[in-house]
Design a protein around this ligand. Structure first.
Ligand SMILES: [Zn+2]
Length: 79
């Protein structure tokens, strides 16, 4: 995919039928509502291009009831 920044292109509005969508449900408690939360990835000063420690927030959604983040939203490469 071409990731060059350019002016936003107006995309033709696709009609989405809400009945064609599915609710994401918490794996643990079956709750339907999610809240925005963040993983914070720490970049070691040794690996950082600036030589400074960096904190990189990754936005995810977590269950509004038990706080579990759905597996499919977990950031990959969590080493
Ligand atoms: Zn839950």
């Amino acid at each position: 995919m071409n990731m060059k920044p350019k002016k936003p292109i107006k995309q033709p509005q696709k009609q989405v039928n809400i009945e064609d969508t599915e609710s994401l449900v918490c794996d643990d408690c079956g709750n339907y509502t999610f809240i925005k939360s963040y993983f914070i990835r720490r970049l070691s000063p040794l690996m950082s291009p600036t030589g400074q420690e960096a904190m990189i927030p990754i936005e995810v959604f977590s269950c509004g009831n038990c706080g579990k983040v759905p597996d499919k939203m977990m950031p990959k490469n969590d080493s």
